[in-house]
Design a protein around this ligand. Structure first.
Ligand code: RVP
Length: 498
């Protein structure tokens, strides 16, 4: 006879946190959200920690190098999507690792024989006020000047005026060499009252600009996630088919952590993949696996040698696995059971294996619930797809801007490896949809708001760290009637609320 769970399968919206006493020293500015993402022993420092408990989903519409840089700047980590050719994924990883905070590669470049009209057009297309003028308008030739809005007057200058007549020529520019550090560049900017400093190589090619505003920006990111060489940290997704080729390329590109990406990860293929990587690279490569929804799945990964385990089947906003295959489990129930298994294993062995709650976060408070229920960190797709930095196209739907967001199990992504049951390279049916999500602006602005909410909730629960929250949280199930009570009710809402 089949096994029947005694408990109902539940999701985050069915729970609430009950406040504890808030001590006077328990204030949002004291909350520390640092959290481990790879296995460690009791009394040892975790080998990798992230500064905020958020990672971005292994999805084409979410995690490319651009989003990875933006998220790492804020203290989180992206897992660059694996459903792309090996070289392209490795190239994305390497772009994150080689990104120099504060150093910007100029994409607004013209030649001296072009005109003010070209300047105006480029400025309105890209939104940049500083344009590099090079011999042939590309970065492959010498820098011969720059143009900023101080160099021309729209009210007087004719649009066909040649750039060479009004640019600030190279001879009058203050420039610096590629060996300049960000701190030195900033000192030069201040000393000479510049808005930007061109950084050139020994052939006078423009390598970067350093802008005054970017330095300030850099200082505003105290939580940025850096490796020991002060490079941004980044993760990447892999599959159970081409890992023998993909992993070496990603490692060479400098990836910090890997994750085997699968909708249902409780499989011999995943164990084989993780064991192979651990044998090849020992502990120099950190690798997580998933997804699982119960203790058995978690323990299977533990035995395979996983550094972290990802939890969740069917809860993703674009995921229809539960509808198509009838498998899965409410995200809250899955996290609660796996967290218990992790704690039991830690008690028995002194080895702590972090768990990641993946998918199904709809409201910001769901993230605090996931943490309180035992997740060490949280993977989100829909949340990040909405931002400027995600690779998803932005478009207008009716009167509103939206971003496209498609599942890895959709026809659009064609990521058959994620759903592979050992039988070949095609997607027989879809497990994900193609959709829109409301456009929400810059990643940092949104993360700041979400983090403020999390910290505030944690203070109400009397906790200033994730571990403390997990120890002291009191969680209650809510009835469907009390869920109604939790929103605005029995009032006539004015327009533009929320
Ligand atoms: P969400 O944050 O709710 O949008 O969920 C994102 C998660 O959904 C991903 O991290 C992944 O586990 C899962 N996913 C991605 N594609 C699909 C699918 O097509 N079914 N599901």
């Amino acid at each position: 006879m089949a096994f029947y769970y005694k408990e109902v399968s539940r999701t985050f919206s069915e729970y609430l946190l009950v406040p504890n006493l808030t001590r006077k020293d328990c204030i949002p500015s004291k909350v520390n959200l640092k959290t481990p993402i790879a296995k460690f022993r009791k009394d040892e420092q975790p080998p990798i920690e992230i500064n905020i408990p958020f990672v971005s989903a292994i999805m084409q519409s979410v995690s490319d190098d651009n989003l990875a840089i933006a998220l790492s700047k804020c203290g989180g980590l992206s897992f660059i999507f694996g459903s792309q050719p090996i070289e392209e994924q490795a190239e994305m990883v390497s772009r994150v690792k080689n990104f120099k905070a504060g150093f910007v590669v100029s994409n607004a470049n013209l030649s001296p024989d072009q005109t003010l009209k070209d300047v105006v057009e480029l400025k309105s297309k890209l939104g940049h006020a500083t344009i590099a003028i090079t011999e042939d308008g590309t970065l492959n030739t010498k820098l011969v000047g720059i143009v900023t809005s101080r160099d021309y007057r729209m009210s007087r200058d004719s649009l066909d005026r040649k750039i060479k007549e009004f640019m600030t020529p190279f001879s009058k520019l203050i420039v610096s060499s590629i060996h300049t550090s960000l701190k030195e560049a900033n000192d030069i900017i201040w000393e000479h009252k510049l808005n930007c400093l061109p950084i050139i190589d020994d052939q006078q090619h423009l390598v970067y600009f350093v802008f005054r505003k970017d330095y300030e920006d850099h200082k505003e990111n105290p939580l940025q996630l850096l490796d020991s060489e002060k490079r941004y940290m980044v993760g990447a997704g892999i599959n159970t088919r081409d890992y023998k080729d993909r992993v070496p390329a990603l490692v060479k590109a400098g990836v910090d952590v890997l994750c085997v990406d699968s909708s249902d990860g409780f499989s011999e293929w995943q164990a084989e993949t993780i064991k192979y990587i651990k044998e090849e690279y020992k502990d120099t490569v950190k690798i997580g696996g998933g997804n699982v929804v119960d203790k058995e799945g978690f323990m299977y990964f533990v035995e395979a040698g996983a550094d972290f385990v990802k939890v969740g089947i069917g809860g993703g906003s674009i995921c229809i696995t539960r509808e198509t295959k009838g498998i899965g489990r409410g995200q809250a129930s899955a996290v609660i059971e796996v967290a218990q298994a992790r704690d039991d294993y830690f008690k028995e062995t002194g080895i702590y294996i972090p768990i990641c709650s993946d998918g199904g976060v709809v409201h910001d408070y769901h993230t605090v619930l996931a943490l309180a229920m035992g997740a060490d960190f949280i993977m989100m797709g829909r949340y990040f797809a909405r931002f400027d930095e995600s690779p998803a196209p932005k478009t207008k739907l009716g009167n509103n801007y939206v971003k496209e967001y498609w599942g890895e199990g959709s026809k659009r992504a064609r990521n058959w490896e994620r759903y592979d049951l050992g039988e070949g390279s095609n997607l027989k049916f879809e497990e994900g949809v193609d959709s829109y999500v409301p456009y929400a602006g810059k990643l940092k602005d949104n993360i700041d708001v979400t983090l403020s909410k999390i910290k505030s909730t944690m203070c109400s629960c009397g906790a200033i760290s994730i571990k403390e929250l997990q120890r002291v949280a009191r969680i209650t199930i809510v009835s469907s009637t009390s869920i109604v009570e939790g929103g605005a009710h029995d009032v006539i809402l004015k327009e533009n609320n929320y």
